[in-house]
Structures are given as structure tokens and as C-alpha cells.
Design a protein around this ligand. Structure first.
Ligand SMILES: NC(=O)c1ccc[n+]([C@@H]2O[C@H](COP(=O)([O-])OP(=O)(O)OC[C@H]3O[C@@H](n4cnc5c(N)ncnc54)[C@H](O)[C@@H]3O)[C@@H](O)[C@H]2O)c1
Length: 390
């Protein structure tokens, strides 16, 4: 088997999630060849930690390397589609982090007016995604959508059960909530393409869309997304500076709360919740209620190891849990986080997909539908109506 040779764009937080995921892949030969970041210090750090062969600061230079056959895009979302198109046109397969894209604004739009802009956003993201779809079609290269929820072991096990029982899923509920992002640009629409819904709600939403597709395949049904209605808001703006002290979210023009109700063409429903106002650690789950089962996928936190500490002596370098400022008291520890949150199985599937020329579990269609639902949800919440998708 020929080794898969990887060039990674971006050496920030998510590059480390992928780096740890690659480390667990043993079924396919691969080389981590180049890590590219405009911040060469970050690229150098990632090279040293994960064993990349070299660093690069220019994305186009990396694309010119004929040895590299897959580009792993872990840059901010506004770069995903331009980088993916360039990589595909250079003959590379593409791994792309979530979200596939968003609306980040165009020069001079401040004169257009907010109501017009809101309509433009939905149309613009669909056009951008269609352009990428066309390039994918033309190049015949693979697009591997890095949605880790799909690869989380509880979600995979739930899919196995749904398929085996040929259950009819009637209602799903999924959430990713936390106390806000550490990213300084998370509060700005033109950098992030939205707020908590596009940053964190993407995960459970994609997971549920994928699960519904598993049901459809098992039952030989054709199930599409029919309509979306949503409520979004910015709740933390009422807080004084002092009251705000424990919550990291600093939304400028984005939402810190979103609830999105989706109706499938078979009349069944799914509810996505995302919030930047939740203290107590990251809350990640998908609940599935079918005609013959109830399945609760606890992604994080799980309780396979609970700890209780009265002091933090000796724990400085021990990773206990995400988004908690202290390790004192009772804690649900993140054990095998790379596996439980899906990163290891995700990268394994992607490398096998390329090496064995198969289809990935998480593909372009899920990436496309997720962004389509999210921007329909924004439109729904602003216009106060149900948006029908076609
Ligand atoms: N799946 C997950 O759990 C998860 C978690 C965090 C982030 N993400 C996603 O990963 C992506 C990156 O997020 P992050 O938190 O790592 O952000 P980050 O800011 O930590 O890292 C992004 C890196 O990209 C680099 N970069 C910017 N422009 C570049 C260019 N032109 N060429 C090369 N490098 C460039 C930046 O210098 C930065 O180091 C986002 O799409 C985000 O949504 C996914």
C-alpha cells in the first residue's frame, strides 16, 4: 500500500486534535510531511510534537509539493473553501475542519442594509458551496469532512443499533454548549461566520443528520431535510462586567444561544441546542428516540472516571477536563478523549478512505447540509418564520 502523505494547513488548536488522532492510526502507512502556518513558531511546535518532516509558511508552496497527496485544512473557516478549491485543483484530496464555510462579509456591504444582508448570507453560502461541489466533481478528488461527532464511539454504536433494528427515529436532540470560546475572534461575525450555532452547534447537528441517513439507508428510504425553524439570541449582554466574570463568551454581533428545530421529509424531528452560557464544562450529547428504542450518546463528559480532589498538588500537567478552571471537588475526567470525541476514528477513516479508495463516513454532503441548515436557521430566527428547504 502506498503511504498517504499529508500536508496540514494551520498549526493551531485543531491541528493538535488532528495530530493526536493521526498518532493512533496503525492500519495505513502515512507520513506527516509538512505543517504550514503563517505563524512559523506554531508550525515549528507542531512539527516537534507530532513529527512532521518540515514546516512551511506559504500554503501555495505546500501545494506545489508533488509528494503530498492530501491537504488537511485546519485554518479558520473563512479560508476553508478557497484553500479546498486550490488544493483540489492542485490534484490533492482534502480533509476539512468544520464548519465547511460561512458568510464573512464582502467589502462595501455596510451600505446594503441589514435586512438585505441577511438574505444575501444564505444565498452566498449556498453559491460558495456549489462552487466547491463543482470543483470536486471536475477533479474527482475526495473530500473528507472532519466532523468528529460522527466518529464518536457512542454515535457509531447507536448507528449500528438503529441499522440492526431498522428503527424509525422519531425525535433526536443534540447539544454542544460551553462557557464560550477562548478564541478572540469568536464574537465577531466577519471572522467566524456566526456565533455559538456555527461554532459548536455544527457538531450535534451533523451527527444527527448523519444518523438519520443511517436510518434511511437501513430502511431503504429517501429522507431529506424539509424545513427549519430557529430561535437565536445574545443573552450575556445583560450582564455587568462583574457578573460576566466566569463566562468567556464576548459576543459582539453574534448569538450566544441557539435552538434549531428541523423537520425531515418523513415528518420526524431533530432539535439542536448550542450555547456559550453553560458553566460546568463542555456539554456534548445526542439523544435518539425511535419507535423501539431510546439511545443516549454521552460524548463529554462521560463518567468512566470520576475524581475528587481537595487540592491540586501534583496535577499541574494532568489533563482532567475541558473548560473547567479548577480541578477541585468532584470531576468527570476526560479519559481517552481522542477516541471518545471521535478524532482517532475520524483520521483513521480518512487515511483508509484515501489508501483504499473508498467513501468516508463523513463526506461533503453532511458538510453541505449542515451549513445549509445553519444559515436557514439564522434566516428563520431573524424573520420569525419556518424556512422550507429545497
Ligand atoms: N473538531 C473540533 O473539535 C474543533 C475544535 C476546534 C476548532 N475546530 C475548527 O478548526 C479550525 C481551526 O480552529 P482552531 O481553533 O485551530 O483555530 P486557531 O486559531 O487555533 O488555528 C488556526 C491556525 O491557522 C493559521 N492560519 C491562518 N491563516 C493561514 C494561512 N493563510 N495559511 C496557513 N495557516 C494559516 C493561524 O495562524 C492559526 O495558527 C476551525 O475551522 C474550527 O472551527 C474544530
Amino acid at each position: 500500500m502506498q503511504p498517504v502523505i499529508i500536508g496540514t494547513a494551520g498549526a493551531g488548536y485543531a491541528a493538535h486534535l488532528h495530530g493526536r488522532g493521526y498518532k493512533n492510526v496503525s492500519t495505513v502507512p502515512f507520513r506527516l510531511k509538512t505543517i504550514c502556518d503563517i505563524n512559523t513558531k506554531l508550525a515549528e511546535d507542531a512539527k516537534n510534537i507530532f513529527g512532521y518532516e518540515r514546516i512551511e509558511s506559504d500554503f501555495d508552496n505546500m501545494l506545489r509539493d508533488p509528494e503530498i497527496n492530501v491537504i488537511d485544512i485546519v485554518t479558520p473557516p473563512f479560508l476553508h473553501i478557497p484553500m479546498a478549491i486550490k488544493a483540489l485543483r492542485a490534484g490533492k484530496h482534502v480533509i476539512c475542519e468544520k464548519p465547511l464555510t460561512g458568510y464573512f462579509g464582502t467589502p462595501g456591504e455596510e451600505n446594503i442594509g441589514l435586512n438585505t444582508l441577511r438574505k444575501i448570507m444564505y444565498e452566498q453560502v449556498i453559491n460558495d458551496m456549489n462552487e466547491l461541489k463543482q470543483v470536486l466533481h471536475e477533479t474527482g478528488k475526495k473530500f473528507l469532512y472532519a466532523e468528529n461527532f460522527i466518529y464518536s464511539p457512542p454515535v457509531q454504536k447507536a448507528a449500528e443499533i438503529i441499522k440492526a433494528k431498522r428503527s424509525k427515529i422519531l425525535f433526536m436532540k443534540g447539544e454542544e454548549s460551553l462557557k464560550g470560546s477562548s478564541s478572540p475572534v469568536a464574537g465577531q461575525w466577519n471572522k467566524t461566520g456566526g456565533g455559538t450555532l456555527i461554532r459548536t452547534g455544527t457538531h450535534p447537528l451533523s451527527g444527527m443528520l448523519w444518523l438519520k441517513q443511517q436510518e434511511a439507508e437501513a430502511r431503504n428510504e429517501d429522507i431529506k431535510i424539509l424545513s427549519v425553524s430557529a430561535d437565536t439570541g445574545t443573552t450575556t449582554k445583560i450582564l455587568s462586567d462583574y457578573e460576566h466574570r466566569h463566562i468567556a463568551a464576548r459576543p459582539q454581533d453574534v448569538e450566544d444561544y441557539a435552538a434549531v428545530s428541523l423537520t425531515f421529509s418523513d415528518g420526524t424531528k431533530c432539535l439542536t441546542i448550542a450555547s456559550d452560557t453553560v458553566l460546568g464544562g463542555t456539554k456534548n450529547y445526542i439523544e435518539i428516540y425511535s419507535n423501539d428504542s431510546a439511545l443516549t450518546c454521552n460524548i463529554t463528559p462521560t463518567d468512566i472516571l470520576n475524581t475528587y480532589f481537595l487540592d491540586e498538588t501534583g496535577l499541574d500537567d494532568v489533563y482532567i477536563s475541558e473548560m473547567l478552571p479548577a480541578k477541585l471537588g468532584w470531576n468527570k475526567v476526560f479519559v481517552c478523549d481522542d477516541i471518545i470525541r471521535g478524532y482517532s476514528w475520524e483520521l483513521k477513516d480518512f487515511l483508509e478512505t484515501i489508501a483504499l479508495d473508498k467513501e468516508p463516513l463523513s463526506s461533503f454532503d453532511i458538510a453541505y447540509d449542515t451549513v445549509k441548515v445553519i444559515y436557514a436557521a439564522y434566516l428563520s430566527s431573524w424573520e420569525g418564520r419556518v424556512i422550507t428547504l429545497n
